[in-house]
Design a protein around this ligand. Structure first.
Ligand SMILES: [Zn+2]
Ligand SMILES: [Zn+2]
Length: 242
């Protein structure tokens, strides 16, 4: 088994709340300085900086998974990760259609910038990306099968935009196999109240909106091999609770 350091929840300058310094080149550069093996750029409701991040990461010897932090109709944040850029971009197009078409107010919310490999701004996203979509949390398992991705409820221990804060509980019909905690030391306490979590792989990420907040190489995944498919497989590996 390979031990790979990861940070799978990083916002770029495409997220309105992401710092303008969070360009693909800067994110990859900082991830490299921090010795991360695997990263994912997960902007709110968009994958439009993923292609550039993937390309730059490959040059730097880092594995970047294309991803998104989806906001469901219940305003629950969920990381959606893919092995193939093509699948991520199909999902991106689908999510764009499900997003409320409210123009972004840059002064109020921040810019939503799309960059090229040299950090030139080649476009901006006109509609505010932090709004809810028309996609329900319960529908995500089915959707991710269709788009060949995996879904990871984000920052489950947070008091806003999480499954526990917005839905109140984990449904017995839930079908996620991995969950993210902002503070992993709360796992035991949360698992007591939500036994569903015992069968999940638990990850913790930076949710960085600024370069300095990208994680050091302190969290690890154990994978069969060093590629995107193996990483997704490791994330959804069944946990033996017997
Ligand atoms: Zn979030
Ligand atoms: Zn986030």
């Amino acid at each position: 088994m390979l031990k790979l350091s990861y940070d799978l929840h990083i916002h770029s300058c495409l997220s309105p709340c992401g710092d303008e310094d969070m360009t693909p080149a800067n994110i990859v550069g900082m991830s490299s300085l921090k010795n991360l093996d695997v990263i994912a750029v997960t902007d709110h409701n968009s994958c439009k900086n993923c292609a550039v991040v993937l390309k730059l990461a490959e040059q730097a010897g880092i594995i970047a998974l294309p991803g998104m932090e989806l906001c469901t109709m219940e305003e629950v944040h969920v990381l959606c990760l893919f092995a193939e850029l093509e699948d991520a971009m199909r999902f991106d197009a689908f999510v764009s259609e499900q997003l409320m078409k409210i123009p972004n107010n840059e002064k109020a919310f921040g810019k939503q910038e799309i960059c090229d490999e040299e950090d030139h701004i080649i476009g901006t996203e006109p509609y505010l990306l932090i709004n809810a979509t028309n996609i329900s949390f319960d529908n995500l398992g089915k959707l991710m099968k269709e788009f060949k991705g995996i879904h990871i409820p984000a920052h489950m221990d947070k008091n806003s935009n999480s499954v526990l804060s917005n839905l109140g509980f984990i449904s017995p019909d839930a079908d996620f196999l991995v969950a993210e905690l902002a503070d992993i030391t709360r796992l035991e306490e949360l698992s007591k109240r939500n036994p569903y979590l015992k069968q999940c792989n638990i990850i913790t990420d930076s949710d960085a909106h600024e370069l300095g907040n990208i994680n050091e190489a302190i969290n690890y995944l154990y994978c069969e091999s060093r590629n995107k498919e193996a990483i997704l497989k490791a994330l959804v590996r069944r946990v033996d609770i017997s």
